[in-house]
Write a protein that binds this ligand. Structure first.
Ligand code: FES
Ligand code: FES
Length: 157
């Protein structure tokens, strides 16, 4: 069954035709053509599809379209841009906090949710925030360093 869903995506109000049973991930990637959000496991286990839903990091693959009616979604495209990158994006590049990069957009969104709630996280809190993200490339230490760096810069700004 089809239904019209009204929501805010990256600050823009959108009204889209969704299918019952459709996931937010499918809506973002295939209806709105926002491809930064990745499909990994499709089962809420890998973190590749994390986006912000009203400021909370959620797995878009497990979030049904009907649950986002009237809500605000932020994807990596809404975090920053090439010309105006978010402090996290700058720090990830500087620290080379990725290898293949497949998991990186989800990690960035979890890190953004963390820093919004807790601008001065401890190393342990950073590790906890990204614990649910699978990354086979072994960039974990660099990721933690990049988040620490971004937190310090945002706090000093
Ligand atoms: Fe959603 Fe893996 S694709 S958690
Ligand atoms: Fe390759 Fe994380 S950077 S899986």
């Amino acid at each position: 069954m089809q239904q019209v869903v009204a929501l805010q995506v990256n600050g823009q109000q959108v009204s889209v035709q969704g299918e019952s049973g459709q996931s937010l991930l499918d809506l973002l990637r295939n209806t709105l053509h926002l491809k930064a959000t990745r499909l990994g496991c499709g089962q809420g286990q890998c973190g590749a599809c994390r986006v912000l839903l009203d400021g909370h990091a959620v797995a878009a693959c497990e979030t049904p379209v009907w649950a986002v009616e009237g809500k605000s979604v932020t994807t990596l495209e809404g975090l920053g841009s090439r010309s105006a990158p978010h402090a996290l994006q700058t720090a990830f590049i500087e620290e080379q906090a990725m290898q293949c990069g497949f998991c990186t957009s989800g990690i960035l969104m979890s890190a953004a949710a963390l820093l919004q709630k807790n601008p001065h996280p401890t190393r342990q809190e950073i590790v906890q925030a990204i614990d649910g993200h699978l990354c086979r490339c072994g960039a974990h230490n660099r990721v933690v360093r990049a988040i620490e760096k971004a937190a310090a810069r945002l706090a000093a700004a």
